[in-house]
Design a binder for this molecule. Structure first.
Ligand SMILES: [Zn+2]
Length: 564
């Protein structure tokens, strides 16, 4: 739809909505639900779309310079959120009696003209790779320089998944070596085998780096093929051209070369190793029982230079005390960081991040206000954490998971909000992951009461389940999921909603044009906040804590003895 028309339609919708809103008693915004006390229902109903708007507007101002972690803009955003917590009477739950939890980070920028990679076969001359067009890499350790000369091991998909009876590393020792790995996961149409078309964590490049690092690898070369990666080499190249941050002391970030190589370079490497066609080898590696890792008679020689910037950012954490001091706290999360400023861009250089994730922050702040002002206390404590460095691969939430405000076992549930387009009142909710916990019947019941159809992740192949902060907490065992909206909105058909989503992804997602507009409609954000309020309250009220269903990938972490 044309942009002007889009906003005209939205503006008409808002006028109509304001009229309806004025006529509706507040409590009608939240249905009566068994187990929800009337005072809690009233508190949820007090969640105000115009207050969410005010937060989003402020956080998306050019003055906040895109909220890049480690910059003044991100600090201003954190101070704003902490100030709102204080005004609402939340107790500080960060470091030493403050709202701030310091997150130590370092950002790595590869010095491209000083960094050299070459492939050295056992016989014949080494071949130098062109940095940028053939290979890109980051030294995860945060040291200024690295040199190594190590054998290359072809490790297929680089996956060790006992539940699928799959081990690409069987019989190989990776210590001090470089793993050559295919992106994505073995193709499947069977839900019991790598969940068919849905991307599992094993298919994410982050997993492949972590797994190889755990095995002592010095480097990883991920083979880029556009169809398998779902994006072109330009995306890989551009995302590696900028600095990338890591958590200080992260034991899973130890690769001296976390690299991608271009498809044709991988083919050249296979030819050197005396193997045939790369695409045939890739096909073969995806078939059960058909693959064995092999060490090539080719070494990777590397000289890597990095510019490293060490900095501290902060998670902002507040708490509303519960009626009982026992465990079973509820946690709400939403990241406040975004991509900052890109001075090389022509025109607008500020990544305002209004939708991503001003909206989640606005929702989090309204939830905090509603809980803090409720006339009855929630049964147990409720924590609110606005986390940093999500866009740097979930680092703030990873740190929060490693250093929770209370022991992990005492957190019943994490509800996360990330990028909810303010385009009207949703009739569908996406709570992917909730079906994997024993809280699922409650989630379904509450969605129904809110007249929200529960829809599956519209694009499971994109791996959204692993791409927001709830994942960091789920990995520590905490039952966690994100609350998102589907494509059906009041007054529109599905096609309209789908088109809005596609238009946003194409023209605004992670671009300077993700900006605040006065004609945005925050009623949907408020509805999603009220829905999450009720879920959190009911989780707090349950007679027992929430668990993952037996056999779930996070069950073991939940059951593990707590090391706090
Ligand atoms: Zn984002």
């Amino acid at each position: 739809m044309h942009r002007k028309l889009f906003f005209a339609v939205m503006a008409a919708g808002i006028v109509a909505a304001a009229f309806i809103h004025a006529q509706q008693p507040a409590a009608n915004l939240v249905p009566a639900i068994a187990g929800l006390p009337p005072a809690a229902r009233a508190a949820a109903a007090s969640i105000d779309p115009e207050k969410i708007r005010a937060h989003v507007r402020f956080l998306a101002l050019d003055l906040l310079e895109g909220r890049g972690p480690g910059t003044r803009g991100a600090e201003l955003a954190a101070e704003y959120i902490a100030t709102q917590f204080a005004l609402d009477g939340l107790e500080p739950a960060g470091d030493s009696g403050t709202y701030f939890q310091s997150v130590p980070l370092y950002a790595v920028h590869t010095v491209e003209d000083k960094t050299k990679f070459s492939l050295a076969p056992a016989t014949g001359l080494p071949v130098e790779l062109a940095y940028g067009t053939e290979i890109v890499s980051k030294d995860q350790t945060g040291q200024a320089a690295a040199d190594f000369d190590a054998p290359i091991v072809f490790a297929g998909y680089g996956i060790h998944a006992p539940e699928y009876n799959w081990d690409d590393y069987a019989g190989v020792d990776l210590k001090g070596k470089v793993a050559l790995i295919i992106v994505n996961q073995p193709p499947s149409s069977d839900v019991k085998f790598f969940k068919a078309k849905a991307l599992t964590y094993y298919g994410r490049w982050t997993y492949k780096y972590e797994e190889a690092a755990r095995r002592g690898a010095v480097g990883v070369l991920l083979i880029h093929r556009t169809d398998l990666a779902a994006y072109g080499w330009e995306v890989v190249r551009n995302s590696q051209a900028v600095e990338k941050s890591y958590l200080e002391g992260d034991p899973s970030a130890t690769l001296r070369a976390a690299a991608w190589i271009q498809h044709d370079v991988a083919q050249r490497l296979l030819t050197m190793a005396g193997l045939g066609d790369l695409d045939q080898v890739i096909d073969q590696a995806g078939k059960p029982g058909a693959f064995h890792a092999i060490e090539f008679p080719v070494r990777l020689r590397a000289h890597i230079e990095s510019r490293v910037r060490r900095y501290v950012s902060a998670n902002v954490v507040g708490r509303v005390p519960g009626a009982s001091s026992a465990s079973q706290a509820v946690l709400y999360t939403a990241h406040y960081d975004h991509l900052g400023i890109d001075p090389t861009l022509k025109g607008d250089q500020i990544f305002n991040g209004a939708a991503d994730n001003g909206t989640g922050c606005g929702i989090l702040l309204e939830l905090a206000r509603a809980y803090a002002h409720s006339s009855v206390r929630p049964p147990h404590a409720v924590y609110f954490a606005s986390v940093t460095a999500e866009e740097q691969n979930l680092l703030g939430s990873q740190y929060l998971g490693l250093h929770p405000p209370i022991p992990t076992r005492q957190i019943a549930l994490d509800l996360n909000y990330d990028m909810l387009l303010p385009i009207g009142v949703p009739r569908e909710v996406n709570v992917a992951g909730a079906e994997r916990m024993d809280f699922w019947p409650t989630v379904q019941r509450v969605a129904k009461a809110f007249d929200l159809a529960v829809v599956p992740d519209p694009n499971p192949g994109a791996g959204h389940a692993y791409r927001s902060d709830h994942f960091s907490l789920a990995r520590t065992g905490i039952p966690a999921f994100s609350i998102g909206q589907g494509n059906l909105f009041e007054g529109h058909d599905l096609a309209w909603g789908r088109m809005q989503g596609e238009d946003f992804v194409k023209h605004h997602y992670h671009q300077p044009s993700d900006e605040y507009h006065p004609d945005m409609d925050f009623r949907g954000n408020a509805k999603m906040a009220r829905f999450g309020f009720v879920l959190g309250w009911l989780a707090s009220e349950q007679p027992k804590s929430i668990d993952w269903l037996p056999g779930d990938e996070f069950e073991a972490a939940r059951k593990a003895p707590v090391a706090q």
